[in-house]
Design a protein around this ligand. Structure first.
Ligand code: GLU
Length: 313
């Protein structure tokens, strides 16, 4: 077994290590800026480190130009990272070691089902709304494995989120046996993020609330890989007035790099931080100085999403 799998540490004795982990599918928009700002403020306020990890594990959806734009935007907004940037596209060897551990423990199984077959199986089953485990006891004769699934357990997984409070999920019922290696051979996000957070010794994960319901799966994987579980904080998502999350798909505009101050202040206020209006007339360093002094996670609205008013910019 690799040395990487003896890394169970307790977060209590470890210096704060946070991270921002964007998927480079487009430039930084207001929604992703919120995750960057909150993870940065939390880390810096506790004199911790803040790392950037480019989550390009899903290579077909990513593009190198977006990575450049995201990094440029982080610098313009005064968000400077520690250590070398990690790229998931270069880390298959680590994911493979983790997968081997899970395979050896019989936590996984090969799945031959196509998307169509899964939809059909769910429709034919009155009780299942998730993958019904068709291949969990072996693949039907004549079929070959396409993906690899992690067996979900039958108990309730709960954790305490620093903003959203107690969150619970019944993995078997709510999620089902989930994919950790996809049919195209790529490692699934759920496995990659867990391996990376552990190998980078991340103590605190601060990210958007769209990841909240992935967290029980991630904690479950951590437990099976004997990794420590970081602290989690899921911040509200910014939505368009129609309630849709700001994203590339919903045409969220890139944040401006010309004068980042108004957008930075707007983002701080979105996060409940009540930044004084006069800060607009200062510079980015002064704004960050104010943030480090005054940032309060308790002021972040404990809600999954909030409308973002682009007219007020
Ligand atoms: N890569 C994910 C995104 O850009 C974030 C994942 C995470 O922070 O764990 O939405």
């Amino acid at each position: 077994m690799s040395r990487y799998f003896f890394a169970r540490t307790t977060c209590m004795n470890t210096k704060y290590r946070g991270r921002f982990a964007p998927s480079p599918t487009g430039p930084l928009h207001f929604g992703s800026l919120l995750a960057a700002i909150s993870s940065y403020a939390q880390a810096r306020q506790q004199q911790g480190q803040w790392l950037v990890r480019i989550e390009d594990v899903d290579l077909p959806r990513c593009d190198p130009d977006s990575t450049k734009l995201i990094l440029k935007a982080l610098e313009s907004y005064g968000l400077y990272w520690d250590e070398e940037i990690v790229y998931q596209s270069q880390r298959d060897k680590y994911y493979k070691v983790a997968l081997d551990v899970l395979n050896t423990q019989n936590d996984t199984y090969g799945c031959a089902c196509t998307r169509k077959e899964i939809i059909k199986a769910i429709a034919a089953n009155d009780t299942a709304s998730v993958y019904p485990g068709t291949c969990s006891n072996g693949i039907a004769k004549g079929k070959t494995a396409r993906s690899i699934r992690m067996r979900a357990n039958n108990s309730k997984m709960s954790f305490n989120d620093a903003v959203q409070g107690e969150f619970s999920q019944h993995l078997a019922k709510d999620v089902g046996d989930f994919i950790i290696r996809r049919s195209d051979g790529l490692f699934a996000y759920q496995l990659a993020v867990v391996v990376d957070d552990a190998l980078q010794n991340i103590t605190d994960v601060v990210r958007g609330s769209d990841m909240l319901d992935s967290t029980p799966r991630q904690i479950y994987l951590q437990q099976h890989l004997n990794y420590a579980t970081p602290n989690y904080m899921h911040i509200p998502l910014a939505t368009h007035s129609d309630g849709h999350k700001l994203s590339k798909q919903t045409m969220a505009p890139a944040i401006t790099l010309d004068d980042p101050r108004p957008t930075l202040i707007k983002a701080l206020n979105f996060l409940g931080q009540q930044a004084p209006h006069e800060l607009r007339d200062t510079n980015i360093e002064t704004i960050w100085g104010w943030v480090i002094q005054n940032w309060s996670a308790e002021n972040i609205p404990a809600t999954l999403s909030l409308p973002y008013n682009d007219a007020s910019e």
